[in-house]
Design a protein around this ligand. Structure first.
Ligand SMILES: Nc1nc2c(ncn2[C@@H]2O[C@H](COP(=O)(O)OP(=O)(O)O)[C@@H](O)[C@H]2O)c(=O)[nH]1
Ligand SMILES: [Mg+2]
Ligand SMILES: [Zn+2]
Length: 334
C-alpha cells in the first residue's frame, strides 16, 4: 500500500460522512491520514463542536485530547462512550457507543437536553446548613428512581450537627432509612465518614445532586484529587448569571470510580415525567399501585385509591404522600 493512499476503510469512512456520497477531497484525505487508529474513549467535557476525550480507564493525571465531533453526533455529552482517533493537535470523535443511562435537564425553551451519560450512581447531598427541604429530596429521589438508579443520601457537614437541628435532621433521615435508602454521614471539612463514601462510589460513575451550598463541589474535590470544582455559593451565582452553557466534567477517583460534576445538575428533576412515572418513583407506592379503582388514578382525591388508603392505614408516610401530590399538581399545571 502506497504511503499517500488511504485504506479502503478510511475511504469508506470519509464517503459516509459526505452528504453527497462523493469521493473525498485531497484536503479530507490529508486530514484523515494525520489521525491515529480508532480507539475506545469517553467524553470528559463537551465544548460546542469539540470535546475533551480520554481512554475509558483514564486516571487523574492523564491529559485529555481535544477532539472535533463529527457533525452527525450532535447530542454527545460528558460520560458518553465513543470511538475516537488521536490527532497532532486535535483528534476526531468518529462514533458514539450506546448509552446505558442519560440524565437530562430542560433548556430555556423547556426542551430536554442531555447533560450526563452512563451515570449509575446518584447521591443526593444534604447538610444541616442550608436546611434541607424534604420535598426537594423527594424530587431528586424520584428523578433517580425513574432512571432505574437507587439513589444514596449523603448528609454532609456532620461537623455542624449540634443542638436541636440534629434531632430534626435525624428524624428526617430516619424516614428515608425506613424506605431502605442508604444514608451516609460525612464531613468534607474534617474527613469523617469519607472512607465508606469512597467505597460506595468505587467502580461506578456517579453524580452528586442537591441544593446549592450543601458541599457538592467540596466533596468532588476530595473524592477526585485532580478535580478543580469551584467551591462557594458566590461563584455559583456568578456562573448562573452569565447565561453561558455551563458544561459538565468527568473526573477520576483513585479507586476507579468516576464522578461527574455538573453545574446544571441542580435542575435535574421531574419536568419531563408523567404522573404515572412520578408515582413509580415513590418506592413505597409500588406495592399498591395496581389496586386503585380507576386505571388512570392520579392518587390525589379519587375514590377507591389504593395509595390514599395505604396512607390512611399509615403504610405510606403522610409527608411523602403530600410531597407526591405537590409534584403531580405542579406537573398538571404545566
Ligand atoms: N462546615 C462544613 N462546611 C463545608 C463542608 N463541606 C463544604 N462546606 C462549605 O460549604 C460551602 C459550600 O460548598 P460547595 O462545595 O461550594 O457547595 P455546592 O454548592 O453544593 O457545590 C463552602 O463554603 C464549603 O467550604 C463540611 O463538611 N463542613
Ligand atoms: Mg458546586
Ligand atoms: Zn390511586
Amino acid at each position: 500500500m502506497g504511503k499517500r493512499k488511504l485504506t479502503i476503510q478510511q475511504q469508506r469512512r470519509i464517503r459516509e460522512r459526505r452528504r453527497d456520497g462523493g469521493s473525498p477531497s485531497p484536503a479530507e484525505m490529508a486530514a484523515d491520514r494525520a489521525l491515529g487508529p480508532e480507539r475506545e474513549g469517553v467524553v470528559i467535557t463537551r465544548y460546542g463542536s469539540q470535546a475533551d476525550v480520554l481512554p475509558p480507564d483514564f486516571s487523574a493525571d492523564d491529559q485529555p485530547q481535544r477532539c472535533h465531533i463529527r457533525a452527525n453526533l450532535t447530542d454527545l455529552v460528558t460520560g458518553d462512550r465513543i470511538v475516537w482517533r488521536e490527532g497532532h493537535d486535535t483528534g476526531v470523535i468518529e462514533r458514539a457507543r450506546t448509552r446505558q443511562t442519560i440524565m437530562a435537564r430542560p433548556d430555556k425553551q423547556g426542551r430536554s437536553r442531555p447533560v450526563a451519560a452512563n451515570v449509575d450512581r446518584i447521591a443526593v447531598v444534604i447538610a444541616p446548613e442550608p436546611r434541607p427541604h424534604a420535598s426537594l429530596i423527594d424530587r431528586y429521589l424520584v428523578a433517580a428512581e425513574t432512571q432505574g438508579i437507587r439513589p444514596l443520601i449523603i448528609l454532609n457537614k456532620v461537623d455542624l450537627l449540634t443542638g436541636p437541628d440534629a434531632g430534626h435532621l435525624k428524624a428526617l433521615l430516619d424516614t428515608y432509612a425506613e424506605l431502605d435508602y442508604e444514608v451516609l454521614r460525612v464531613s468534607a471539612r474534617n474527613g469523617d465518614g469519607m472512607g465508606p463514601l469512597f467505597a460506595y462510589l468505587a467502580d461506578h460513575t456517579s453524580v452528586l445532586v442537591g441544593q446549592s451550598g450543601v458541599g457538592k463541589s467540596t466533596l468532588v474535590n476530595i473524592l477526585c484529587p485532580g478535580a478543580a470544582a469551584t467551591v462557594g455559593s458566590l461563584s455559583e451565582q456568578a456562573a448562573k448569571g452569565r447565561h453561558t452553557t455551563t458544561s459538565a466534567t468527568l473526573y477520576a477517583m483513585p479507586n476507579g470510580g468516576r464522578l461527574i460534576d455538573s453545574p446544571g445538575i441542580r435542575e435535574f428533576g421531574l419536568w419531563h415525567l408523567d404522573t404515572r412515572a412520578v408515582a413509580e418513583g415513590f418506592v413505597e407506592f409500588r406495592p399498591v399501585l395496581g389496586g386503585c379503582r380507576f386505571r388512570d388514578c392520579r392518587h390525589l382525591d379519587e375514590p377507591g385509591c389504593a395509595v390514599l388508603e395505604a396512607a390512611a392505614r399509615g403504610q405510606i408516610q403522610a409527608r411523602r404522600l403530600a410531597s407526591y401530590q405537590h409534584i403531580v399538581r405542579e406537573l398538571l399545571d404545566h
